[in-house]
Design a protein around this ligand. Structure first.
Ligand SMILES: Cc1cn([C@H]2C[C@H](O)[C@@H](COP(=O)(O)OP(=O)(O)OP(=O)(O)O)O2)c(=O)[nH]c1=O
Length: 203
């Protein structure tokens, strides 16, 4: 959706592009590479919102951005037993994350930030996800599928990982990486049209 975009999506995540397309937003992707190291004593809610803001602001300040366009950045983390789980660096980390999630309820936090030259707004989506107990065979096969990599908490609810999920309370799209209710609200505040605002969806 590159012709006459109404928004810049500051994300390399194919899931975020897919979800934004679901709203019928006309956007262009520019990716922001930021340092994702948590600060000392930073709470998960603060961390995820800071990262979403930094992703959006990095692109807002970049020379590549067409001056009039608002920018959207987002970040997703998993919090289990008070511990923050990001994207696993390797198979061992993925196995450790999955064993932590097994037979537990965890939270998935996704922050969305939209900004332009005048203002910046952030929304936070907080969803509870419950996993069934995972066997060593489940974990091994799942890691070999490759799906855990590039995903916060080492799973994808929109993929094979759905077989582990017994329940969700909150925003499904937030777990996948972009909470669409909150996103649509933010876009309205920035006068970025969705297909609903245009009166009919893009074909
Ligand atoms: C929990 C969960 C996460 N994820 C993904 C969403 C995000 O892409 C990823 C979390 O990593 P993020 O650091 O939030 O995003 P990203 O590195 O993929 O992309 P960018 O920083 O360029 O925006 O985990 C799923 O796809 N499904 C899930 O069920």
């Amino acid at each position: 959706m590159n012709t006459n975009p109404d928004l810049i999506l500051a994300s390399a995540s194919p899931r975020r592009s897919e979800l934004l397309r679901q709203l019928g937003v006309r956007f262009r992707v520019l990716t922001a590479d930021i340092d994702e190291t948590p600060e000392l004593n930073e709470k998960p809610e603060q961390y995820v919102q800071r990262l979403a803001r930094e992703k959006a602001q990095t692109i807002l300040r970049s020379a590549q951005r067409p001056a009039h366009l608002a920018v959207l950045g987002a970040d997703t983390i998993v919090v289990c037993d008070g511990q923050l789980l990001g994207k696993p660096a390797d198979a061992d980390q993925a196995a450790a994350m999955l064993s932590q999630l097994s037979a537990h309820t965890h939270r998935v936090l996704t922050a969305v930030c939209v900004c332009n030259d005048e203002k910046l707004q952030i929304r936070l989506s907080d969803t509870e996800v419950t996993f069934r107990a995972l066997s060593a065979h489940d974990t091994d096969c799942y890691i070999r599928s490759g799906e855990p990599f590039g995903k916060a908490g080492a799973y994808a609810v929109q993929g094979l990982g759905a077989a582990f999920v017994t329940g969700i309370s909150g925003s499904y799209s937030g777990v996948v990486g972009l909470p669409l209710f909150e996103t649509a609200q933010l876009l309205k505040e920035f006068d970025v049209p969705t297909a609903l605002d245009r009166g009919c969806p893009d074909e």
